[in-house]
Design a protein around this ligand. Structure first.
Ligand code: ZN
Ligand code: ZN
Ligand code: ZN
Ligand code: ZN
Ligand code: ZN
Length: 365
């Protein structure tokens, strides 16, 4: 594990970097530089939390695999290996010892029951003939025979009977055979064949197609239910994180290049690595206490020593120094003062542009 560079080593590296910007000053002199540690630090904790739940199950038929499932007597004490990676969820379903059984459906006979639509009749009775909807079976069925087939006048007319102006077209009567006297719908017969049963007198049930019995969907046509008490052991990931990130403008390689320190811990109460600063240690220790029902944990730590250095002779920059793969790296970022100055310059430039635009508009006019 590489040890963090000392304060003196960091200042020396900053001094060399400042010289390249043309700032030549000795940073070891009192008041020449102001250094604070702002180390980058990440701690990710993933725990696996175990819980159990018990459910009464009643499933139609004989579901596959139930008989082969492992059983338990004490669910809370039943050993189940948590997922190797606590970031994964897990669920193991068990059957309570002695709870597995079968119940007869009770609503059917061997999975079949009377058709609920026709009540086991296979269909329903239906009138063969229905009253004519035009003449309602009344005297208008036939003006000659009233639908009886016996005309009032003995002698059949040879010509059509005079019909009132605008009255509907009449038809030849099927009963008395007179022309132009009968209701055009029933042709003098007062009733018509039923279109539902086509004069058969019976309509077959569409649900059972006349079979009178249907499959009982409640039990899936098996006539039985399988019942048992299901116990599930559940592992749920629980995530926590503490981060002390680097300033956004800083370009830090995040790959493992030897400059970062990293650790992976799996035990509760495991010793924290020596490289941690006291502030980091203080931030994470309360987060690492054992949680209720915690059965596995992965703790990942990453750490990069980072020094922030202000140089008295160079107020426009802030220097950041950190160990890289080849010695200490230093990056100079614009200081707040510098940023404020640049912003003011930009505003002034924009104001100038606006002024020029106004002048230009006046010239065009
Ligand atoms: Zn039916
Ligand atoms: Zn009918
Ligand atoms: Zn009619
Ligand atoms: Zn008639
Ligand atoms: Zn049933």
């Amino acid at each position: 594990m590489p040890t963090a560079p000392s304060r003196e080593e960091m200042l020396q590296a900053v001094e060399e970097k400042a010289a390249r910007y043309g700032v030549h000053t000795s940073l070891s002199a009192p008041g020449a530089a102001y250094l604070v540690w702002q180390s980058v630090f990440e701690c990710r904790v993933v725990r696996s939390i175990r819980s159990e739940e018990e459910t009464a199950k009643r499933v139609k038929g004989r579901p596959k695999g139930i008989a082969g499932r492992p059983t338990y007597t004490d669910l809370a004490g039943h050993p189940v290996e948590p997922p190797a990676d606590p970031a994964n969820s897990g669920r193991v379903e068990l059957v309570k010892d002695g709870s597995l059984g079968e119940e007869s459906c009770g609503d059917c006979v061997e999975g079949r029951k009377d058709c609920p639509v026709c009540e086991g009749q296979g269909g329903r009775q239906c009138a063969r003939y229905v009253e004519c909807e035009t003449c309602h079976g009344g005297p208008d069925a036939c003006w000659e025979c009233n639908g009886t087939g016996h005309p009032r006048t003995r002698r059949a007319r040879t010509t059509a009977r005079p019909r009132p102006q605008g009255a509907e077209q009449r038809a030849a009567c099927r009963r008395c055979k007179r022309a132009d006297v009968a209701c055009p719908t029933c042709l003098g017969q007062r009733e018509r064949e039923c279109v539902t049963c086509r004069a058969k007198g019976f309509v077959t049930c569409q649900t059972c197609k006349g079979a009178k019995r249907v499959r009982d969907e409640a039990c899936g046509g098996t006539g039985l239910f399988t019942v048992w008490t299901e116990g599930a052991v559940i592992h749920t990931p629980d995530r926590d994180e503490v981060r002390r990130p680097a300033p956004l403008a800083l370009k830090l390689r995040t790959d493992a290049n030897g400059a970062w320190s990293g650790s992976r811990m799996t035990g509760v109460g495991e010793e924290l690595p020596d490289y941690l600063e006291d502030a980091h240690r203080k931030a994470i220790v309360p987060r690492l206490a054992a949680k209720e029902r915690e059965v596995r944990r992965h703790v990942t730590l990453r750490y990069l020593p980072l020094a922030r250095v202000e140089v008295h002779a160079d107020p426009d920059r802030v220097y950041y120094a950190f160990p890289g793969p080849a010695g200490i790296e230093v990056q100079g970022l614009p200081s707040k003062r510098r940023v404020a100055h640049l912003t003011a310059l930009t505003s002034a430039a924009l104001a100038l542009v606006a002024l020029v635009t106004v002048v230009a508009v006046f010239v065009v006019r």
